[in-house]
Design a protein around this ligand. Structure first.
Ligand SMILES: Nc1ncnc2c1ncn2[C@@H]1O[C@H](COP(=O)(O)OP(=O)(O)OP(=O)(O)O)[C@@H](O)[C@H]1O
Ligand SMILES: [Mg+2]
Length: 161
C-alpha cells in the first residue's frame, strides 16, 4: 500500500519527558515512508535534536507553550516540520562546532547534526511568534551511512573523511 500523502501531526506540551514518544513516532513514520534502518536512525536523531531545541531554547520549557510536529510522506521524500512558540533565532549566527575554539565544547552540535543527517534544512523564524524548522530526507538520500565503520560492507572504494 502506498503511504504517499500520509500526514502525522503531534502537538506536545513543552516537557522533555515526551521525547521517547516523539522518537518512536519519528522511527515509525520513517519506516512507513520506506527508509532503511540507518536512515531511520538519522531521522530519529534529527527529530530528537530539533524537538529538544524547540522545547528548551524555543519554549524554555514553559508548560503553557506547545511544540507542533508534522510528518508528511511524499513519493520521493519525508518532510518534517517542528514549530515552537519561542522568540526565534538566526541560524546563520550559530557558532560552527568544528571551529577550533569550539571543538571541546560539550554543546552546540544539535543543528550541525541535523544538517548532516537530513538532505535539506530550513529554519523560518517568526520574530515574536516562534521558529519553524523544516527538514527533508530523500528516499535516495545523499547522506551516506556513517555507523559501523570498517565492519560494514562498502560498495566500491571508500573515501576517507
Ligand atoms: N528552536 C529554537 N529557538 C531558539 N533558539 C534556538 C532554537 N534552536 C536552536 N537555537 C539556538 O541555536 C543554538 C545552537 O543550537 P544547537 O542545537 O546546535 O546547540 P545547543 O542546543 O546549544 O547544544 P546541543 O544541541 O549540542 O545540546 C542554541 O544554543 C540556541 O541559541
Ligand atoms: Mg540543541
Amino acid at each position: 500500500m502506498s503511504r504517499e500523502g500520509s500526514v502525522v501531526e503531534l502537538s506536545l506540551e513543552s516537557s522533555l519527558d515526551k521525547m521517547e514518544m516523539v522518537e518512536e513516532v519519528a522511527r515509525r513514520v520513517s519506516g512507513m515512508a520506506g527508509f532503511d534502518e540507518e536512515s531511520e536512525f538519522q531521522i530519529e536523531m534529527a527529530v530528537h535534536e530539533t524537538v529538544i531545541n524547540a522545547i528548551s531554547h524555543g519554549n524554555k520549557q514553559d508548560p503553557r507553550k506547545n511544540v507542533w510536529l508534522r510528518f508528511q510522506i511524499f513519493g520521493d521524500r519525508l518532510e518534517i516540520r517542528v514549530r515552537d512558540e519561542g522568540r526565534g533565532f538566526d541560524v546563520a549566527s550559530v557558532p560552527d562546532p568544528l571551529a577550533e575554539q569550539n571543538l571541546l565544547s560539550v554543546s552546540g552540535r544539535g543543528i550541525f547534526l541535523i544538517q548532516k543527517f537530513m538532505d535539506e534544512v530550513r529554519v523560518v523564524s517568526h520574530p515574536g511568534s516562534g521558529t519553524e524548522v523544516i527538514m527533508i530526507k530523500r528516499l535516495n538520500s545523499k547522506v551516506r551511512p556513517r555507523r559501523g565503520g570498517r565492519d560494514r560492507e562498502h560498495e566500491g572504494h571508500s573515501t576517507s573523511s
